[in-house]
Design a protein around this ligand. Structure first.
Ligand SMILES: N[C@@H](CCC(=O)N[C@@H](CS)C(=O)NCC(=O)O)C(=O)O
Length: 331
């Protein structure tokens, strides 16, 4: 008996079965009362330490003082594609973290989640200004802080959140030595957006140095870096107008939760010297104030992931040992 056709048939059967049980599609933001998930607490959060939007959501929950059960989900960057596992796709068919669950019903899209959490917390005014003009400033910056769409780098000038994935590319490449290649291949088979695992595979094969110099990565890093300069100029102007210490003035709001996550990504991807040092004094002061908040310690610093720490160290070390790499990133 020839075992090769049998093995191929078995593999094809397994793939088709798996694919039919990992159906993934985009889903609208906000509360989905028609979906009920198993839950134990009033509030639950599905999140990842490294994920930008998860950081924003954790900061928001910490600021609101909402007790919740937390479910950790791996991203490929932190080790595996748990986001496209059958178990997680039952929580979010889009395969994205974070997911906020309230009384068993999921709320999708982090910009909707922070608003929802604020409105349904015991203290709906805590992170929202009373003054309508300040409220409009907050809404503008909640939007600016959001990461939206299937191809964020293409819309990096639209929001600061969309400029983040491009800026994070060197960090992705610096984290990938810790991620086994077969884990990325799982994404090629089952991820909804194939360009993402293809990009990770290319970055893993080419390595950190090449990502800074090779197209299309270099162009994506460059356009996101320039876009982030624009967003931070805008932030500098806003802080100057409102007088700080927070985006809308005296009160820390939902907008600051989003910006805390973005500035922290600038730190961990080692862009501070390019984007913050010796420029934008209001943003520098603001970043110092953000880091001093208990929510930064509880929702960001306490969730440090070893792969991210090693990734940051690799970028810093390569910039020191290879000035051409540092120059390519800044060019
Ligand atoms: N617009 C979504 C974006 C969420 C998002 O992109 N999450 C990333 C981590 S920050 C993710 O889960 N990525 C998994 C993947 O693309 O495979 C939101 O604001 O919640």
């Amino acid at each position: 008996m020839n075992v090769v056709p049998l093995a191929l048939g078995g593999l094809a059967g397994w793939y088709l079965w798996e694919r039919s049980h990992r159906r993934t599609h985009s889903i609208t933001g906000g509360l989905h009362p028609e979906i009920t998930l198993p839950h134990e607490q009033e509030w639950e959060l599905w999140h990842n330490e490294f994920s930008l939007c998860s950081k924003k959501m954790r900061v928001c929950l910490a600021e609101l003082g909402i007790p919740h059960a937390a479910h950790r989900v791996d991203l490929i960057e932190t080790g595996s594609y748990e986001t496209i596992s059958r178990a997680f796709l039952a929580v979010n068919p889009a395969g994205l973290v974070p997911v906020l669950v309230h009384r068993g019903h999921p709320v999708y899209e982090s910009h909707d989640q922070i608003t929802y959490a604020s409105e349904h917390s015991g203290d709906p005014g805590r992170l929202v200004p009373d003054d309508p003009r300040a409220r409009a400033v907050m809404d503008r910056w909640v939007h600016k802080g959001s990461l939206v769409g299937d191809d964020p780098p293409k819309a990096a000038r639209e929001t600061a959140g969309n400029a983040v994935p491009g800026l994070t590319m060197p960090l992705f490449a610096a984290m990938l030595p810790d991620v086994p290649v077969h884990r990325i291949l799982e994404g090629l088979l089952f991820h909804r957006l194939k360009m993402r695992p293809i990009g990770f595979l290319a970055m893993k094969v080419r390595g950190l140095r090449a990502v800074a110099t090779t197209e299309p990565f270099h162009s994506m890093i460059r356009s996101s870096r320039l876009a982030m300069h624009g967003h931070l100029d805008d932030l500098e102007a806003t802080l100057g107008e409102t007088g700080g210490p927070w985006i809308t003035g005296a009160r820390f709001t939902l907008a600051d939760a989003g910006m805390m996550a973005i500035l922290d990504r600038i730190r961990e991807a080692d862009w501070e010297s390019e984007l913050l040092v010796d420029r934008r004094p209001c943003v520098q002061e603001y970043w110092r104030a953000l880091k001093a908040r208990p929510s930064y310690a509880a929702a960001i610093a306490a969730h440090e992931h070893p792969t991210v720490v090693r990734g940051t160290e690799r970028i810093v070390a390569l910039k020191r040992s290879d000035p051409a790499f540092a120059a390519a990133l800044a060019s």
